[in-house]
Unconditional design. Structure first.
Length: 175
């Protein structure tokens, strides 16, 4: 049984040198993939399809050297199972991640922001992603806030993050 913040894959303290590749992850009451804890490093998630997650497609917290590439992420972060009236995170959410790459992904149909590097994340790159913003599909409560890419200080300053060669289309919020 998943608690509300777990994911289909839940990597905790000191997980290292793990690759999740070529999987179809769907229908979770939490995140698709959840990285949470000290000492997590060298994780790669690639060539996966992640959808119908009540929270983020991937949420990383307190980790180093994370790569998220060549994935399709859609219909995520709708917050239904939380019993809240708001979505808890973002489609791809990296919080306090040092050394990361988010590239060559396709995102659509998500609540809140598409890609968020926040709360002390640093030394990262967000590039060559295709992000489709939308007000109507699905019509989540954040229908006015479908931001494509967000560099978010929140609790700690995010810094040294390169954002380039992304394509953001659709309607509903700023790129």
């Amino acid at each position: 049984n998943l608690i509300k913040y777990d994911g289909i894959f839940f990597l905790r303290d000191t997980c290292k040198y793990i690759r999740i590749t070529g999987l179809h992850l769907q229908n979770t009451k939490g995140h698709g993939v959840f990285l949470n804890g000290n000492g997590i490093s060298n994780i790669r998630i690639d060539h996966c399809t992640i959808h119908n997650c009540q929270s983020s497609g991937v949420y990383g917290y307190n980790a180093n050297q994370i790569e998220f590439d060549n994935n399709i992420v859609y219909d995520v972060n709708n917050g239904v199972s939380y019993g809240f009236t708001w979505s808890p995170q973002e489609a791809i959410s990296f919080s306090n991640i040092q050394g990361f790459k988010i590239h060559n992904n396709i995102l659509s149909k998500y609540g809140k922001e598409g890609i968020d590097a926040k709360s002390g994340s640093s030394n990262g790159e967000i590039y060559s992603n295709t992000i489709i913003t939308s007000l109507a599909s699905p019509a989540f409560q954040w229908k006015y806030n479908h931001i494509g890419i967000y560099i978010d200080g929140f609790t700690n300053k995010a810094h040294d993050i390169k954002v380039y060669n992304n394509t953001i289309t659709g309607y509903g919020g700023p790129g």
